[in-house]
Design a protein around this ligand. Sequence first.
Ligand code: GLN
Length: 201
Amino acid sequence: MRIGVLALQGDFAAHAARLSRLGAEPVEVRYARQLKEVEGLVLPGGESTTNLILLESEGLWDALQRFARTRPVLGTCAGAILLARKVSNPSQPSLGAVDITIERNAYGRQVDSSIRWVDPEPEFAARTATGPLEAVFIRAPIIRATGPDVDVLLRDGADPILVEQGPHLAATFHAELTGDTRLHELFLEKVRSNRAAGGDC
Ligand code: GLN
């Protein structure tokens, strides 16, 4: 199963390594035409503003928007910011594929980055495995509001940190930096169901 990892900026290599470890074939995506060859796409963490500039200059923005209409996208941290419907602090364009309002750098500066253990919501545990999950937050955003079609799969206190809408997943933490493979496994499962449901690829 070929899975794209947007490779313009940020920690795309860690996602690619995780995907191959799970038996998928990662494709580093730098050009719009490459999106035709993959069944799902990971938008990695990094700096969302830089990614936006690069996406526009490479002509990838429209292609990404079309991709997200039919195929699954996993966005982590800056990637979740790109997927959101609305971005604040400051506001910036986003794909609008997941109906969330997200606030950038909401925990503060780099020194306020942290690693925390969270207890999965029952639905996440049922679809993956039980047990606490290590979540790495690096200048992370906070999801401030979720629309009616959004399910929250993980929370840190009251804040949603992993949400799902249709084929897409958005996480505010870096799941690719720990040994816990559950998020990527869940994503690959969603790519398989999208294929089975006749998702265009
Ligand atoms: N602070 C970054 C942003 O707002 C996201 C950080 C990350 O992806 N780790 O784009």
